[in-house]
Design a protein around this ligand. Structure first.
Ligand code: ANZ
Ligand code: ZN
Length: 823
């Protein structure tokens, strides 16, 4: 049939790919591997345009690499545990598993309709027992190594989701999922000791050239390594001391008071009886405020005096000890030496409580008057009022003062990380059960290997009445202790879903492996992921956890790589009418509707053509229309030229006429450009644009039906089809078959370019002024009139004939002569 009907074409090829298992791969040691991965979706119900974009980008790379002969692993699966399933179960009085698997089935169908080249035999859902049971093994192995521990801690608690949130999941004091205000709550929690890997996680960020710099910077800041000192301040009238962490020991002579976290262990013992009531009330109040708010710059700084003093070890000044709301318990030592002249928070605090200021750093060539300061001076300057260190530059003084403190025995150099251990406990049903038993006699007892896996019981009920549904299943909770046989309770916390997404890319290497989490040989064949593609919103959370897990699994002997993702591409958002597509904004375009109307190839082409991957993609109906028209144009071109080229042989370069030579040059230049654009930059939009130009050139190629030109024409049309195949695979396969090829495009491979054929030929153009020959210029073959004119005007000899005259008219005989008429 000669009419382009996307649905027919797409259904046909999707059926063939499915039946032939075209994209199934094995660990073929004879071939070079390429592991291409897109972040797997949460099965929320339907795919959205962000998915379409993410997976279209990935599929171009996968198909391109396949055409280049790589053994490409391109898997897909489902990040399937988590709260929305549980909330849906409450709403529909059903079970999270039903909702989840139903959504997966629907979304799988949607992805298949997009023609994405996945090896579906490797599909996994993290809520499959086949997946999560292996995570329980990993948990227990980490427990044995001391990388998992339990501690009581004050945690971020979302009252709506009734669960603990990691710091990373608190955004501006609100839950990242439901936007409710987060509160603090004291709870026993399970933690992964990610801080054990802080140094390596930081170091390796300097060895990831394939990652966007801004993601690396975000990770470095998140890990937050600071070099500084711990300094001891004796408490007046006592043997106790308060130890602070500072990165600014150069300001020590200006420390005029002390600020402790309200939860600091010494807070109450330092409080005098007359201050006790006020201090206790303050502590209660601050405990209710979450961390993010407490550390926000514009948050009102408040505190309370304990009634005690400590002594500045270098100035012997008495420093009143305060509790302050902006000082956090779990950073440094939970205590800060306050230098109001050189720290803005301390400055505001001192202003409020009328505490003394002492300038110790002067800007070069100026003198600060503490009485007239309106803000702290935080820049580098020259030390003053600092005893033997006066006159030093403050950045140099840091080292000198640190050495001095060590010599005097009142301080020591330390390194401090902002990174905290990863709290993984969730008080929810729909997650991976933490495989331990709590016994009153033995304490925490790991579930013995023979009793694994701990299966999530199906008979929980979802009433929405609060609390963890898992804790209300007696057959799950009531067990005997594996160690002493006494009655005991099974742990009902489940693991954060970020645990599952921290190693799914490893399990894709061997998803059917039944003897453990990973088949080392297969994992080693595929790892690392050569190209990972996903949203920038995962720059810290998921990507840091996945890096951590990879290192842990390496140390447990499962893999031989240090880093999971060699190259990372963070794609931009899909926006419409200037805003991110979202239900709340009401500007959502449903991919199903788009695909039903125009076909998957148009949906893919539009999302790849409208913007480079890292940039935001602005939705446009005309853009979609244009993509659809282009595919129709290509379709027509192939069928229109078929009669002329079906019997053509190979091109004989030295027997070509001028026009055929120009066309052939355009073909090879286009191949070169598209190859570069895909391979090095992922500039799919410019790659597509140059294919469009090539299509135009073939349409404009006049002597189509000359038998002598059949071979060139054939080369052009076939190149167009092959170059388009990673972007619009269905229509490309169909046209490739129409062109008489029995094997698919993959058998043909990616077209190579002939460097010699791609070189621009030059032409010598005669330049006349008022009909008299005044010079000659060389221009690239195919140069437009404007370019020839520009070269002519720039020519010195020609220019001398034009001086002081006005150009009236220009006559161009293409490829031969340019006559400039002046007067
Ligand atoms: C004295 C000082 C003077 C400070 C000055 C800064 C400027 P980074 O670089 O992020 O590591 N600090 C220490 N522990 C704290 C806590 N638990 N809660 C809140 N603030 C804390 O920050 C280190 C600085 O943060 C430290 O250096 C300390 O204030 C503060 F002109 O000490 B500084
Ligand atoms: Zn016991």
């Amino acid at each position: 049939d000669e009419k382009y009907i996307p649905r027919t074409v797409e259904e046909k090829w999707q059926r063939i790919w499915e039946e032939m298992k075209t994209y199934k791969v094995t660990e073929d040691s004879a071939k070079s591997k390429y592991y291409l991965l897109e972040m797997f979706p949460y099965p929320s119900g339907r795919i959205h345009m962000g998915h379409v974009r993410n997976y279209s980008i990935g599929d171009v790379v996968a198909r391109y690499k396949r055409l280049r002969g790589y053994n490409v692993l391109h898997p897909m699966g489902w990040d399937a545990f988590g709260m929305p399933a549980e909330n849906a179960a409450i709403q529909h009085k059903s079970h999270p598993a039903h909702w989840t698997y139903e959504n997966i089935a629907y979304m799988r169908g949607q992805l298949k309709k997009m023609g994405l080249s996945y090896d579906w035999d490797r599909e996994l859902a993290t809520c499959d027992l086949d997946y999560y049971q292996w995570e329980q093994r990993l948990f227990l192995q980490m427990y044995e190594k001391g990388l998992v521990y339990k501690k009581s801690s004050s945690v971020n608690w979302c009252p709506t989701c009734e669960t603990v949130l990691a710091n990373e999941q608190v955004e501006d004091g609100c839950c990242w999922r439901c936007d409710s205000e987060v509160v603090l709550k004291e709870l026993e929690q399970w933690f992964f000791r990610i801080t054990e890997y802080a140094e390596e996680l930081l170091d390796n960020t300097w060895q990831l050239p394939g990652w966007p710099e801004r993601v690396l910077v975000m990770q470095r800041n998140w890990i937050g390594k600071s070099f500084g000192c711990e300094i001891d301040f004796p408490v007046e009238g006592s043997l106790a001391k308060v130890t602070v962490f500072t990165t600014r020991q150069d300001t020590l002579y200006g420390a005029t008071f002390m600020s402790l976290a309200p939860e600091h262990s010494q807070a109450l013992e330092l409080t005098t009886p007359e201050n006790r009531a006020e201090v206790e009330a303050f502590i209660e109040r601050v405990k209710k405020t979450d961390k993010a708010r407490r550390t926000a710059e514009d948050f009102e700084k408040e505190g309370v005096f304990t009634g005690s003093y400590c002594i500045n070890p270098v100035t012997n000044r008495r420093m009143p000890i305060y509790l302050a709301n902006f000082v956090l318990l779990d950073y440094g030592t939970g205590a800060v030496m306050a230098v109001p002249t050189h720290d803005q928070r301390d400055f505001e605090f001192a202003a409020k409580y009328r505490l003394p200021l002492q300038v110790v750093i002067q800007p070069e060539g100026a003198v600060l008057d503490p009485g007239a300061m309106t803000a702290a001076y935080t820049e580098v300057g020259i030390l003053t009022n600092s005893g033997p260190f006066d006159g030093l530059r403050s950045d140099e003084a840091k080292e000198r003062i640190a050495d001095y403190l060590e010599r005097e025995g009142v301080g020591r150099k330390t390194v401090n990380y902002r990174l905290r251990d990863w709290g993984i406990s969730r008080q929810r049903y729909w997650g991976n059960p933490i495989p331990v038993i709590n016994c009153d006699i033995c304490g925490v007892v790991p579930v013995p290997e023979k009793d694994l896996p701990v299966v999530l019981p199906m008979d929980a009920t979802f009433t929405g009445e609060g609390g963890n549904p898992l804790a209300k299943v007696p057959s799950f909770v009531n067990v005997t202790c594996p160690q002493c046989g006494a009655a005991a309770r099974r742990e009902t916390d489940t693991m954060d879903t970020f645990v599952q997404s921290s190693w799914y890319f490893l399990r894709y290497c061997c998803p059917d492996f039944a003897a453990g989490p990973l088949d080392r040989a297969r994992a080693e064949y595929w790892m690392p992921v050569d190209q990972y593609i996903g949203g920038i919103e995962h720059a810290v959370l998921h990507l840091l956890y996945a890096r951590f897990f990879t290192k842990v699994l390496r140390d447990l002997g499962y893999v031989n790589v240090d880093e999971p993702f060699k190259n990372l591409l963070t794609q931009g958002m899909v926006i419409k009418d200037g805003a991110k597509m979202s239900k709340s904004k009401g500007n959502v375009v449903d991919p199903d509707a788009l695909i039903n109307r125009y076909g998957a190839d148009t949906a893919r082409l539009f999302s790849l053509f409208a913007a480079p991957p890292e940039k935001d993609l602005d939705w446009s109906d005309q853009g979609v229309e244009g993509s659809y028209r282009f595919l129709n144009r290509v379709w027509r071109l192939v069928y229109d030229t078929l009669p002329f080229i079906s019997t053509a042989g190979a091109v004989k370069p030295d027997q070509l006429g001028d026009e055929a030579k120009v066309l052939r040059r355009t073909v090879h230049k286009t191949i070169r450009k598209v190859t570069d654009d895909i391979d090095e930059r992922f500039h799919f939009n410019t790659a597509i644009a140059s294919i469009m130009e090539l299509v135009n050139a073939v349409y404009a190629f006049e002597p189509k039906n000359l038998p002598a030109n059949a071979a060139v024409l054939k080369e052009a049309v076939e190149s167009i089809v092959l170059l388009l195949s990673p972007f619009v695979p269905h229509v490309a396969e169909e046209l490739w078959a129409a062109l008489g090829h029995a094997g698919g495009v993959e058998q043909a491979g990616w077209p190579g370019f002939d460097a010699a054929a791609a070189v621009d030929e030059e032409l010598l153009i005669v330049i006349q002024v008022n009909g008299k020959v005044r010079g000659k210029v060389t221009v690239p073959a195919g140069a437009a009139e404007a370019q020839v004119k520009e070269s002519a005007l720039a020519d010195e000899r020609v220019g001398s004939w034009l001086e002081g005259k006005q150009v009236r008219k220009v006559i161009y005989v293409p490829g031969k002569l340019l006559n400039i008429v002046v007067g």
